[in-house]
Ligand binder design. Structure first.
Ligand SMILES: [Zn+2]
Length: 292
C-alpha cells in the first residue's frame, strides 16, 4: 500500500512529467472507482495540468482549477506510459486496469499518460473530480502532515495527550496524522524503540520527542530513497528499505533478535521484542480470544 513517502514521490514524478500537458481523455474502466458525478469526468478533457499536490495519501492533479484526486488504497498503483496512442481500448470491468489518463500528443508525436491499476478482488481505489479537493471526505478529515513545518514536538504532544488508544492505531489514523499506514507505523515504532500496544496518553515528554524524531526521520529518509525513482521502481525500493514491516522471522538489523508478528485490527503488525518490548513477545489478542 502506497503511504506518504511513495505518494510523495509519485507526486514529484507526475509533476515532472504531466504539468503543462493537455488532458485528452480520462477513461474510467472500473466504474466503482469514480466517486463523483458532477462535474463529469469528461470535463477534464481539453484542460491543462497546472500542478500536482499530495494530501496525506491522496494525489491531486490540478487541471486548470478542476482537480482529479486519486486514492490508491491498499492494492492500487500508478503506471506511467510514454505513449498511449497505440493502446488498445479496454473493456470496462476486466482486469486490474481501473483508470487511464491520456494526454494530447507532444511535439515528438508521443501521447503519454498514466494508468491506475488495482490488484486483487477488494476494489478500494478511488478517484474524484472536483473543483475543491477539500470536498473529498478523506481529505477534509486529514490530520496534520508529518512533513509539514507545523508538525512540531508540541503538536504531537497535543495529539497524544489524553488519547487512550494504542500508539500503533493512533499513528495510522489519517484523521490524527496524515500519510502513515501499516508499514511506516511499524517502522516508526521500531526506530522509536516503542511497543506498538503502548497507550498514547502514557508517553512521557521524552518519549514524545523520540517518537516525533522517529516519525520525521523515517518518512524523510523514505522520501529521499524514493526520490527520482520511476513509479515502477517505488514498490521494490519501499520493500528493501523496511526494518521490521513484513519481515517476521528475519533477524533485526539493530540487535539480531527475531522479528515477530502479532495481529492488529484488520491486519497484522511486525516488531522486534528486544528493541521494542523489553524482550517479551506481545500476546496475540485475536489468538487468545479464540482460545478462551
Ligand atoms: Zn531489534
Amino acid at each position: 500500500m502506497p503511504e506518504l513517502p511513495e505518494v510523495e514521490s509519485l507526486t514529484a514524478f507526475l509533476r515532472e512529467r504531466a504539468v503543462g500537458r493537455t488532458v485528452l481523455a480520462v477513461d474510467v474502466l472500473a466504474i466503482q472507482a469514480l466517486k463523483t458525478f458532477d462535474p463529469p469526468v469528461g470535463a477534464l478533457g481539453g484542460l491543462t495540468v497546472t500542478g500536482v499536490a499530495r494530501h496525506g495519501k491522496f494525489l491531486d492533479l490540478d487541471c486548470d482549477g478542476l482537480h482529479l484526486v486519486i486514492h490508491l488504497a491498499r492494492a492500487g498503483w500508478l503506471r506511467w506510459r510514454d505513449d498511449l496512442s497505440g493502446a488498445k481500448p479496454v473493456r470496462p470491468g476486466k482486469g486490474p486496469l481501473a483508470v487511464r489518463v491520456r494526454f494530447a500528443p507532444d511535439d515528438a508525436g508521443l501521447a503519454p499518460g498514466f494508468e491506475l491499476t488495482e490488484a486483487g478482488t477488494q476494489k478500494r481505489l478511488a478517484v474524484y473530480v472536483t473543483k475543491d479537493p477539500d470536498t473529498v471526505p478523506g481529505i477534509a478529515a486529514l490530520g496534520p502532515d508529518p512533513l509539514d513545518d507545523a508538525f512540531t514536538v508540541d503538536a504531537l504532544k497535543r495529539i497524544v495527550g489524553g488519547n487512550r488508544t494504542q500508539i500503533k492505531g493512533l499513528l495510522r489514523d489519517q484523521k490524527i496524522i496524515a500519510g502513515i499506514g501499516n508499514a511506516y507505523s511499524d517502522e516508526v515504532l521500531h526506530v522509536a524503540r516503542m511497543s506498538p500496544f503502548k497507550i498514547a496518553a502514557t508517553l512521557t515528554d521524552a518519549q514524545i520527542a523520540d517518537l516525533h524524531e522517529a516519525i520525521v526521520t523515517t518518512l524523510r529518509e523514505a522520501v529521499e530513497r524514493a526520490h527520482g525513482l520511476a513509479a515502477k521502481d517505488l514498490k521494490v525500493e519501499k520493500k528493501s528499505g523496511l526494518r521490521v514491516h513484513n519481515r517476521a522471522g528475519q533477524p533485526c538489523d539493530v540487535c539480531g533478535d527475531t522479528i515477530r508478528e502479532v495481529s492488529f485490527a484488520d491486519s497484522s503488525l511486525q516488531y522486534c521484542p528486544t528493541c521494542q518490548t523489553g524482550g517479551k513477545p506481545l500476546a496475540d489478542r485475536r489468538l487468545s480470544r479464540l482460545l478462551k
